[in-house]
Design a protein around this ligand. Structure first.
Ligand code: ADP
Length: 334
């Protein structure tokens, strides 16, 4: 199990469900998005028509699925959940669309991965609330127009840059979710702890928050692991000491780096004098695939200001040297 990955397994979804906010006012932080959504939903309810289609973009684990469910709950509507990769044929999508009840929310996760023919079907459903379903093959094929009840599409994407222009244009409301500050994650952790019945001190919450990579999913996951530790090896209270001891057992360091993240930085600093070094050379040095280093480790290392990608290769920043407890060679950083 990778404790600091922002991606979620099906098993973890169940664990997440218990702490998932159900209403907009329980959703922590992201005040601008919350405020805008509040207006969008209340305006639509006053008029008695479904709100504009909503696009939520941002890295995994920041609350897109949660917000989609909140939109349905606030509207008092039903929700259907699917994902771009799950819609293989446009017929699959037509079946979902034509089965929606008036005012339903349709949530499509990873909407940038939807197949092209299905995407085109979605355009007409979003715009005109109708779809043309093609029956038969070859010269005898006919398109049968079917009505779709007025609905609201909530699309989520981790890669908004991959969305086609026509797709993006059909969303009346686009919101980007950003990483959370440690202070925001502290509030989130105290709320989760309250729901789970876990006693936590302010220092304990701050310690876990600081190691959570700005990501609610990771914060909630670390809380579950720290709770185990506190219950099994201590008196059940999540304090500064139990958090530190637990996260040492799980190899999550003070900045939220795991073993592989640290291996990458250590190789960069110790074997390549801080770089620059090419991605594949660096990957060999830590015994991983270049893709894993690039997609799993680097995004966070770059965001944390520990690693820079330059045209000549990967470079450890001054902060990386200090984080590893090393002194950069004289003159390296001006
Ligand atoms: P995404 O769909 O962006 O990958 P999720 O909506 O599944 O992320 O959120 C991951 C976990 O973090 C869930 O357990 C959710 O309850 C929690 N979470 C996310 N954002 C918030 C928030 N703003 N307030 C409280 N909990 C949150």
């Amino acid at each position: 199990e990778n404790l600091v990955s922002a991606y979620v397994s099906d098993a973890e979804r169940d664990a997440e469900a218990s702490v998932r906010p159900k209403r907009l006012d329980e959703f922590i932080a992201q005040h601008r998005v919350r405020d805008q959504l509040d207006l969008l939903l209340k305006g639509a309810m006053r008029r008695g028509s479904p709100p504009d289609h909503i696009l939520l973009s941002g890295p995994p684990g920041l609350g897109k699925t949660t917000l989609a469910n909140i939109v349905a709950a606030e509207l008092g509507s039903g929700i259907r959940v699917t994902s771009g990769p799950a819609i293989e044929r446009s017929g699959d999508l037509a079946a979902i669309l034509t089965s929606l009840a008036e005012g339903d929310v349709l949530f499509i996760d990873e909407i940038h991965r939807i197949a092209r023919p299905a995407e085109e079907l979605l355009y007409s459903a979003m715009e005109d609330f109708r779809v043309d379903v093609v029956v038969g093959k070859g010269p005898g094929a006919t398109a049968i127009p079917l009505d779709v009840e007025p609905f609201t599409l909530v699309g989520a994407t981790t890669r908004s840059g991959l969305l086609t222009g026509p797709m993006r244009d059909r969303f009346g409301f686009v919101a980007h979710l950003d990483f959370y500050t440690p202070a925001e994650l502290e509030v989130l952790l105290r709320r989760s702890a309250r729901i789970l019945g876990v006693p936590i001190t302010d220092e304990g919450a701050a310690e876990v928050a600081g190691r959570s990579r700005g990501t609610p999913r990771i914060a909630n996951r670390l809380l579950r692991r720290v709770r185990d530790f506190a219950e099994v090896r201590a008196d059940g209270v999540v304090t500064l000491e139990t958090s530190r001891a637990a996260l040492t057992v799980y190899d999550v360091d003070a900045l939220g780096l795991d073993r592989l993240d640290r291996a990458v930085l250590t190789a960069l600093v110790d074997s390549f004098r801080g770089g620059p070094v090419g991605l594949s050379t660096l990957a060999v040095a830590v015994g991983e695939q270049p893709d894993t280093v690039e997609e799993v480790c680097e995004p966070f290392l770059v965001r944390a200001g520990l690693l820079a990608r330059t045209p000549r290769g990967r470079v450890a920043t001054e902060a990386a040297w200090h984080h590893l407890g090393r002194t950069p060679p004289n003159g390296t950083f001006g």
